[in-house]
Design a protein around this ligand. Structure first.
Ligand code: ADP
Ligand code: MG
Length: 503
């Protein structure tokens, strides 16, 4: 008994010791694993940082490449990734525009309708009103008929809700400026066919069709008597709206869901339209710069994967690294890799990390701007979206660093693109005597407006690239300038031009 007990005692002691050893070994192994995991995560971060780096000489190469592509796109049809489309806008608003006009802005997740009562030089904008409607996602990938019926119905409702203080001259048809922010080949100021969809839209029966024709038919179906007198996109609208308020506006840039730029070009610098354009005068060019690409862009495996998974692989590469639709998803892809290869969130990878667009850019921006000492916002977002119950501060810091790398790369490349345009205009050097001292860029879009770190970085990069010249370059934030711009262009292309406005 005793010896037995002793044996038992000894045995259990041995078992205990063995368990203790095993536990210790487990702890050690776990520590080793987690420290090697962390080293792996840091290596992934370092590689990202390196691949995304945008030193000044690289940015200059990007700017130069932009200028070169602009020349090529203007020289011949299909001469460049940049379509450099003629907008048929050769006279920007003067301030004389008068009367009641409408605008419809389609090109992102929402569309807006707007009416404005213009009072000419003295009255300016007497009154304006706008309504924003979100587009049900199924309409973005359905048929053109359905999409345009939905829009025309909203437009009809908007017109029906008009107050007494808006005044349409008797006997006149309502006139609309249509801001349609997808690549369109224009055939006149008020007609053009869709080249392709971008930004998550995909409606096959629309490609190649006349955009204004589709809207006009839908308005007729809704019993709405309205005529489209200007077809523009958000960049052209922003340029026009910007010019109405500031005579020195020469470039417009959109940084929202997508990205694009437009600028004022000398008509004789557009070889592919020689003979069709007046030799003197100016023409607004819609660059469609979202489709820019260059070997100098700092592309990574994440960008490649994002492009492969997109609705338009191989296209809109610039847009895919700088615009609001995509920035958050690049971040998600990096975090996902760290979760898979470095167990960033422990042994299991949260399934939602594998799903596209689970980190939207506003979420990325909220995490990036988190100033709380323990990065509470980052923790909350990771919990809300991915169900990750707790994260270490170290991990949350890692997430912020990823946001920082991706946002800064985008902002710096966008700035380089803008320098490319200034170069093309000959405005990247100090203004000579007799030349305008200010060069104003009308900027719009939710990304620029709300993502402060992004916009600050863009501005400081411009200064870095332009040196002293940056003092004469001004960015104005044209908040929804595109809506008013389209209405102004509808006015300056009114069918009643020259007809005396009754008072
Ligand atoms: P759109 O480009 O669709 O016409 P906006 O110009 O309003 O519309 O831009 C909306 C886009 O701006 C969103 O898709 C998003 O990517 C970006 N955005 C909106 N809010 C924020 C935010 N707080 N932080 C960062 N990006 C934002
Ligand atoms: Mg917009």
């Amino acid at each position: 008994m005793r010896s037995g007990m002793g044996k038992v005692a000894v045995g259990s002691a041995v078992v205990c010791a063995a368990t203790a050893c095993a536990v210790a070994a487990l702890v050690v192994r776990h520590r080793m694993r987690s420290s090697s995991n962390w080293a792996r995560a840091e290596a992934i971060l370092r590689e990202l940082e390196e691949k995304c780096s945008t030193p000044i000489d690289k940015l200059r190469q990007v700017a130069d490449a932009m200028t070169v592509e602009m020349h090529a796109g203007l020289a011949s049809e299909g001469g460049s990734k940049l379509k450099m489309l003629i907008s048929y806008v050769d006279n920007l608003p003067s301030g004389d525009e008068k009367g009641l006009f409408y605008a419809l802005d389609l090109g992102g997740t929402n569309f807006r309708v707007l009416r404005v009562q213009l009072g000419g030089k003295e009255g300016r904008v007497i009154k304006q009103e706008a309504v924003e409607v979100s587009i049900p996602p199924y309409l973005m990938v359905g048929s053109s008929h359905e999409l345009f019926d939905f829009i025309a119905a909203e437009l009809a409702k908007f017109v029906a809700s008009e107050g007494e203080d808006y005044h349409l001259s008797t006997g006149r048809q309502r006139e609309l400026g249509f801001t349609f922010s997808f690549p369109v080949r224009q055939t006149s100021i008020a007609s053009g066919s869709l080249i392709k969809w971008t930004k998550g839209f995909s409606i096959d029966d629309m490609v190649g069709e006349d955009v204004v024709g589709e809207l006009t038919k839908a308005m007729e179906r809704q019993g709405l008597d309205m005529r489209v007198t200007a077809l523009v996109n958000d960049t052209i609208g922003t340029l026009a709206g910007g010019r109405y308020y500031d005579n020195d506006v020469v470039i417009a840039v959109i940084l929202g869901t997508g990205t694009n730029a437009a600028y004022v070009e000398r008509a004789q610098a557009i070889p592919k339209w020689h003979g069709l354009l007046p030799k003197s005068g100016e023409m607004v060019i819609n660059m469609e710069w979202g489709n820019f690409r260059s070997s100098h862009l700092s592309l990574t495996e994440y960008d490649q994967a994002l492009d492969d998974d997109s609705l338009n692989p191989g296209e809109q590469i610039f847009e895919k690294i700088i615009s609001g639709m995509y920035l958050g998803d690049i971040v998600r892809r990096v975090i996902w890799k760290m979760a898979e290869e470095a167990a960033l969130f422990g042994e299991t990878v949260p399934p939602k990390l594998r799903e596209q667009f689970t980190i939207r850019t506003p979420v990325m921006s909220a995490m990036h701007h988190d100033t709380s000492p323990d990065l509470k916002v980052v923790g909350t977002k990771l919990k809300e979206i991915f169900g990750i119950s707790s994260t270490s501060l170290k991990t949350r810091r890692m997430v912020v660093k990823i946001c920082d790398i991706i946002a800064r790369r985008g902002a710096r490349l966008a700035a380089a693109g803008m320098v490319g345009i200034l170069k093309k205009q000959g405005r990247d050097t100090p203004p000579s005597a007799g030349e305008k001292q200010r060069r104003v860029v009308a900027m719009d879009g939710g990304l620029y407006e709300h993502y402060t770190i992004f916009s600050k970085c863009l501005e400081s990069t411009l200064s870095e690239m332009l040196g002293d010249v940056s003092e004469s370059v001004v960015i104005t934030h044209a908040n929804d300038g595109s809506g008013i711009g389209a209405a102004l262009l509808a006015a300056s292309h009114s069918q009643y031009l020259g007809v005396e406005e009754e008072s």
